[in-house]
Design a protein around this ligand. Structure first.
Ligand code: PBG
Length: 350
């Protein structure tokens, strides 16, 4: 902007910090620091560590014979008898936390979502087992009705509408049975208005002051969740889309309002979801609030990398590591990723 430009014009342009220009070619050559492996390592601005990884884990019972998920090559649904070994391995690799997602048989899906609040449902049994057998790993439970809902939505549906406040009553009870089972973190992914505050209050009344809340704060109505819905068997039930409660991908300011509300209501961690198409949102959230901010590299992002790798179109491992590092560079403190064990092994190997 020239010095003599009119004041109003100068003020209209936001003042961005400029990258420091410290010299000029040919004395200054930025390639010099890129010459060696040691020098590249020395000047790296961002680092990915196993401490940044959260592993989403699918669980099934006898009602689901299939371990394999066609749309997510390399991801399995674990039975409870397989679960402790898998989670134990993740813990040995240093992965701090897992997030549990159940495959629920159709017979247990109802319009009233009864199974969501059953203290002996698959997720609660999984939590009790992991806490007994792999106590050191953090356990995160998803709070939303979709796995249990005959209509596939995250909230209660009546007359074709997803009800807000009535859904929260159920979500509070769902969070409470998960906390009773011993989970460390409840993660409401439902996007109802006001649920964080009410879940916090319910947990506190029930004596669960130490159970944290990870709010899926900026969760977008995304096409990238497709493979997940196959993995938990909710895709067939879902009629229509989730646009009346999940966010419009066009919006960014609104994400900051969602995050502000969830923090006000007591969220300990906030999340942006999906991940890679929303790195700009992660950056804005981190810069505006300076709170623990997580990203979710969702099923569709995972499957795209895997599919391209399987076709020989990209180098899968390198793309995996690059995608995870990108979340750190954008400002995320941690990443939910189906790659967690593979990435952890790669990080360990160096
Ligand atoms: C459900 C939920 C979804 C995901 C996590 N929790 C799907 C959805 O909102 O439809 C998506 C995760 C993924 O795609 O990996 N409340």
């Amino acid at each position: 902007m020239p010095e003599d430009s009119p004041n109003f014009l100068r003020q209209a342009v936001p003042t961005q910090p400029k990258a420091a220009i410290t010299g000029a070619y040919p004395t200054l050559r930025l390639r010099r620091n890129r010459t060696h492996d040691w020098s590249r390592r020395l000047v790296a601005e961002t680092h990915l560590s196993v401490d940044d990884l959260i592993w989403p884990v699918f669980v099934r019972d006898e009602s689901c014979p299939d371990a394999e998920i066609a749309a997510m090559p390399g991801v399995r649904r674990f039975t409870l008898s397989e679960l402790s070994d898998a989670v134990g391995h993740a813990a040995e690799l240093g992965i701090p936390a897992i997030a549990l997602f159940p495959y629920v048989e159709d017979a247990k899906k109802t319009p009233e979502c009864h199974e969501a609040v059953n203290g002996d449902n698959l997720v609660c049994r999984a939590v009790r087992q992991i806490k007994a057998e792999v106590p050191g790993v953090g356990v995160i439970c998803d709070v939303a009705l979709d796995p249990y809902n005959a209509l596939g939505h995250d909230g209660l549906v009546r007359g074709g509408r997803v009800l807000n406040d009535e859904s929260i009553d159920l979500l509070c009870r769902q969070a409470q049975v998960q906390a009773d089972a011993g989970c460390d973190v409840v993660a409401p992914s439902d996007m109802m208005d006001g649920r964080i505050g009410r879940i916090r209050a319910c947990l506190d009344v029930a004596g669960h002051q130490d159970v944290a809340i990870c709010a899926y704060a900026a969760k977008y109505a995304s096409a990238f969740y497709g493979p997940f819905r196959q993995a938990i068997g909710s895709g067939a039930a879902l009629k229509g889309d989730k646009k009346t409660y999940q966010m419009d991908p066009a919006n960014s300011d609104e994400a900051l309002r969602e995050v502000a509300l969830d923090l006000d209501e007591g969220a300990d961690l906030v999340m942006v979801k999906p991940g890679m198409p929303y790195l700009d949102i992660i950056r804005r959230v981190k810069e505006n609030f300076s709170v623990p901010t997580l990203a979710y590299q969702v099923s569709g992002e995972y499957s795209m990398i895997q599919a391209a790798a399987q076709n020989g179109w990209i180098a899968g491992e390198a793309a995996m590591m690059e995608s995870l590092l990108a979340f750190k560079r954008a400002g995320a403190d941690g990443v939910f990723t189906y790659f967690a064990p593979t990435a952890a092994e790669k990080l360990r190997a160096g």
